[in-house]
Structure formats: structure tokens, C-alpha cells
Write a protein that binds this ligand. Structure first.
Ligand code: TXA
Ligand code: MG
Length: 308
């Protein structure tokens, strides 16, 4: 796996390699993604193999313009234009009916496809150069916390990995948790995965019914799998645990100074999980407060990382 830190001089090479069916790790504003040419089923199948991803868990595709979103999907609802104009490029994935151009392996045989425009210049440049859409799940090994730094990718796959051609260094991811996923039906939107873009944000832009996240496995096959978890146990409680083997994480301000206490937000949760492994903590204690519950995306990732 080559590390690319100057995309300008490598963009032709990366684009050629993607068209030849190679895998490349791309930075996005949310998390790093493991990308392949979405129009090439063989290339897409490598993603499932390298990540250890179950075949029934669909991938989202990444593109660079509104026109392309309309090209890869069909029967778009009327409100779609407004959503795209307001939120994309950005951390929002639209689940729409799939055009037959997109192979079934991408959507795990579903009739719909998740699509978004990432808000990261180097990746947008690559998408424009390569022209084809890129299928990309988060670039972690299946079940692990998503990578928000290039080092996380190297830790999961090792620099000697021969199955991934290159990893594009885009620095740390600003958002730090994965995109909000919404299913765009004709008269209704359903939140399939909460994220930084909230129901309230969506409601400000369009006047349509929006169904809260309910964790419905039939709508989003990925939900049933364990996610985002470090190799140490995580639990939730209402107070600080004063044991040096336990790393305490909190969201609200608390009046306490201790080495084994860290403040979390969307953009450092996964890094802190990975750091906890490196520093060999025996467990992680999340101090639950009302305002953490209200951070829907962050709280969802915490709950999912505990589920077994
Ligand atoms: O921020 C993100 O969304 C990152 C970056 C790389 O773009 N990607 C990401 O992909 O988080 P992944 O594969 O780790 O998570 C995508 C989720 C999965 O839970 C999958 O089940 C769901 O999206 N999904 C994909 N296509 C779907 C579809 N057609 N219908 C319902 N759920 C879908
Ligand atoms: Mg993922």
C-alpha cells in the first residue's frame, strides 16, 4: 500500500489504477473510505474480501455532481434538488432507487443505492478525473472503529498490504463519524443512520415528513452487525470510575481532573477508542449525560460499539 501525500502528481496514476480495478483508500470529511470503481463488479468484490465485510451489507457510492446523482438513480422525489443544493458536498448519504448502471453487488441486491458527494477536495479531484462513481465503505476492517487518520488505516491493514494499491493522505477527518443516511421516498424521508446532519437541519430545508432513526434492519442491512468497536470492553454508567485501568469518557463538562478521563466529541471518538487499545486500558467507561443522548450521531455510534 503506497501512501500518497501529494495527489496532484499522482492523480493520473490513481485514476488509471481505479479503472484497472485496484482498491484505493480515499479521505473524506467523515471518515476514510476503501474505494473501488463502482461500475466494475470484480473490483467491488475485492472490497468485501479485504474488509471482511458480509456480502449482504450494501456499499454507498461517491460521486462529484448533482447530475451524476441523477444519472445513477431513478424516480427521484421532487424535493431531492433542494436537499442536494443545501447539503452536498457534505456528510449526507441519499438512498434512492438504483439505475441498472450500478451493479447489484454494490447494493447487495437491493433495488436502492446509497449515494453521496464527499466534501474533501483531493477526493473530489480524483472523482472528477476518474469520472466513474467509487463504491466505498469506511476503510476499517469490518467491526473496527472507522479510520479518521491515515495511521488508523495503516494500523488495520499494515503498510505492506498488497491488496490495496494506495492510500491517499487527506489529513484528519473533520467530521469524524460517518454520514447521516436518509432513505428518500416519494412523500417521506426515513433516517437510516443518524449523523452530524440532524432531523432539525433537514426540516429547515424541506417540508416533508421525516421519520426518526428506529434501527430497522429491513431497511438498512448493515444495522445488524457489530460496529465501530475497539478490542476492549465498553460500558455506560452515570459516573466516573476511579481505577487507572479504566478510561472514562465524557461529553458534558465535568468538574474533575484525572489522567484517565477524556472529553469526547464526534471528531475524536474513534481515535480515542484506538488510543485506549494502544495504552492498554482494560475497559472504557462512558459517562452518560442528557446532552450526550441528544447528540444522535455520536450516541448511536457509542451504543453500536457496545452491542454484541
Ligand atoms: O461517511 C460515510 O458514509 C463513509 C464515507 C467513506 O463515505 N462511508 C460509510 O460506509 O460509512 P459504510 O459502508 O461503512 O456504511 C454504509 C452504511 C451501511 O450500514 C449499509 O448497510 C448502509 O449504509 N447502506 C448502504 N446502501 C444502502 C441501501 N441501499 N439501503 C439501505 N442502507 C444502505
Ligand atoms: Mg462502516
Amino acid at each position: 500500500m503506497k501512501i500518497i501525500d501529494k495527489i496532484d502528481s499522482s492523480i493520473d496514476e490513481l485514476s488509471e489504477k481505479l479503472l484497472e480495478g485496484e482498491l484505493i483508500v480515499i479521505p473524506t470529511e467523515t471518515v476514510y473510505g476503501l474505494a473501488a470503481n463502482a461500475l466494475n463488479s470484480d473490483a467491488v468484490s475485492k472490497i468485501f474480501k479485504v474488509k471482511g465485510r458480509p456480502q449482504d451489507n450494501p456499499l454507498i457510492i461517491h460521486t462529484f455532481s448533482k447530475e451524476k446523482i441523477f444519472e445513477y438513480t431513478i424516480n427521484q422525489p421532487e424535493y431531492l434538488d433542494k436537499l442536494i443544493d443545501k447539503f452536498l458536498p457534505g456528510p449526507l448519504t441519499l438512498v434512492l432507487e438504483k439505475h441498472h448502471l450500478i451493479p447489484d453487488i454494490v447494493s447487495a441486491e437491493l433495488k436502492s443505492v446509497g449515494i453521496r458527494i464527499p466534501n474533501k477536495k483531493v477526493t473530489l479531484d480524483l472523482l472528477k478525473k476518474v469520472k466513474v462513481p467509487l463504491a466505498a465503505p469506511s476503510a476499517n476492517k469490518s467491526g473496527r472503529p472507522s479510520p479518521t487518520k491515515i495511521q488508523h488505516v495503516i494500523d488495520d491493514y499494515s503498510i505492506d498490504n498488497q491488496e490495496i494499491y494506495a492510500c491517499v493522505d487527506g489529513g484528519d477527518c473533520d467530521v469524524g463519524i460517518e454520514s447521516t443516511i436518509i432513505k428518500c421516498e416519494k412523500d417521506k424521508i426515513v433516517i437510516l443512520r443518524p449523523g452530524l446532519i440532524s432531523i432539525e437541519d433537514l426540516k429547515k430545508v424541506i417540508d416533508i415528513e421525516i421519520e426518526e432513526y428506529k434501527g430497522n434492519e429491513n431497511l438498512s442491512p448493515g444495522i445488524k452487525y457489530k460496529h465501530y468497536s475497539p478490542d476492549i470492553p465498553i460500558s455506560i454508567s452515570d459516573k466516573y470510575i476511579s481505577d487507572k485501568n479504566v478510561l472514562n469518557l465524557y461529553f458534558s463538562d465535568i468538574n474533575l481532573n484525572a489522567d484517565n478521563l477524556k472529553k469526547i466529541s464526534e471528531n475524536n471518538l474513534y481515535d480515542i477508542y484506538r488510543e485506549a487499545e494502544k495504552f492498554k486500558y482494560k475497559s472504557i467507561n462512558i459517562i452518560l449525560t442528557e446532552d450526550l443522548k441528544q447528540r444522535k450521531g455520536l450516541f448511536n455510534r457509542i451504543l453500536k460499539s457496545i452491542d454484541t
